[in-house]
Design a protein. Structure first.
Length: 262
C-alpha cells in the first residue's frame, strides 16, 4: 500500500453550514491511490502549533487528481483549516488505513450519521463504478437537523441509488434515527450494510444487522497522532480480547471482528 506526502493546493473552499466545511484539494498521487474508507492526515497550520496532523476521511476523489475532505469545526486544528483560503497549500499525507470491501454481486445499504456521512460519498461513487445494477441499493443519511444533510444531497443524488433521510428534529425526511429507517427496509440476506457515524449509532446499526443476519462494515473514528500504527494511540478492543489499531487495521472493520457487546 503506497502513501504519499504532498503539498496540496486548495482548489475550492465551501462553508456548508456554520460549522461544517468542505475542502477540495489538488493531490495528484493521493487522489489516484485512494480507496473508499481510507483517510489522510493533514497539517492544520504552517507552524508547530498544533504539532500533530489531523485525520480526515476521504470524502471523494476525481480522475483529475482532486480530493475532498468534509469536516466539522471542533477544535484548534479544524478551526485553522476553516480559515484557509483558496490557493493556499496544505501538507497532506496518505492515503492511509484499510477501506471498505465491495462485492459487486451483492446489494448494499449505506448508512451515515452526522459527519459519518463524509466517507460514504466516495463509497457510493465506487459502488456505481463497479456494479452493473444498483436498483436494490439504498443510502440512508441521518443528522440532527436539515442543515447537516441538505447541502450534501445533490452530491448523493448524482448516483443511481435510492436515498432516504432522517433527522432528530424531523426537519428533513423521517423524524427519528437511522435505525428507525432501517427497520422499515427489507434488507436481503446477502446485503452488505456500510455505516459511519457516532459509535452509539453504529452499534445500534450493527445490532440490527446481527438480528437480521446481514453483514455490516463500520468505519471507526478515533483520535490518532501518526496514522500508521506507531504511536499506539488509537487502539480499540477487538474480538477475543485482542486490541487493534484503528489507523492501520481499520478504520473499516467487519462488526464481528470488534469487541462490541451487541
Amino acid at each position: 500500500m503506497s502513501q504519499y506526502q504532498e503539498n496540496a493546493t486548495i482548489i475550492r473552499f465551501e462553508q456548508l453550514t456554520d460549522t461544517n466545511v468542505r475542502l477540495t484539494l489538488q493531490t495528484e498521487e493521493i487522489a489516484q491511490a485512494a480507496k473508499p474508507g481510507q483517510f489522510v492526515m493533514i497539517r492544520a497550520g504552517k507552524s508547530k502549533d498544533p504539532l500533530l496532523r489531523r485525520p480526515f476521511s476521504i470524502h471523494q476523489t476525481s480522475s483529475n487528481g482532486r480530493m475532498q475532505v468534509l469536516f466539522k469545526v471542533t477544535g484548534r486544528g479544524t478551526g485553522l483549516l476553516a480559515h484557509c483560503k483558496e490557493g493556499e497549500t496544505l501538507s497532506v499525507f496518505g492515503p492511509l488505513g484499510r477501506g471498505f470491501s465491495i462485492d459487486p454481486a451483492r446489494p448494499v445499504c449505506l448508512v451515515g450519521g452526522g459527519m459519518g456521512i463524509a466517507p460514504l460519498l466516495f463509497l457510493a461513487k465506487r459502488i456505481c463504478q463497479v456494479k452493473q445494477n444498483t436498483e436494490t441499493d439504498m443510502i440512508v443519511l441521518g443528522g440532527r437537523t436539515r442543515k447537516e444533510i441538505e447541502p450534501l444531497l445533490s452530491d448523493f443524488q448524482f448516483f443511481d441509488i435510492g436515498i432516504m433521510t432522517v433527522t432528530d428534529d424531523g426537519s428533513l425526511g423521517m423524524h427519528g434515527m437511522v435505525t428507525d429507517v432501517l427497520k422499515t427496509l427489507s434488507l436481503p440476506n446477502n446485503c452488505i450494510v456500510y455505516t459511519c457515524g457516532p459509535e452509539p449509532m453504529m452499534k445500534s446499526v450493527a445490532a440490527l444487522c446481527r438480528e437480521q443476519k446481514v453483514d455490516c462494515q463500520v468505519s471507526v473514528e478515533s483520535v490518532m497522532a501518526c496514522g500508521m500504527g506507531a504511536c499506539l494511540g488509537c487502539t480499540i478492543k477487538a474480538k477475543d480480547d485482542r486490541y487493534v489499531h484503528v489507523c492501520s487495521d481499520g478504520p473499516v472493520f467487519k462488526t464481528e471482528d470488534l469487541g462490541w457487546n451487541l
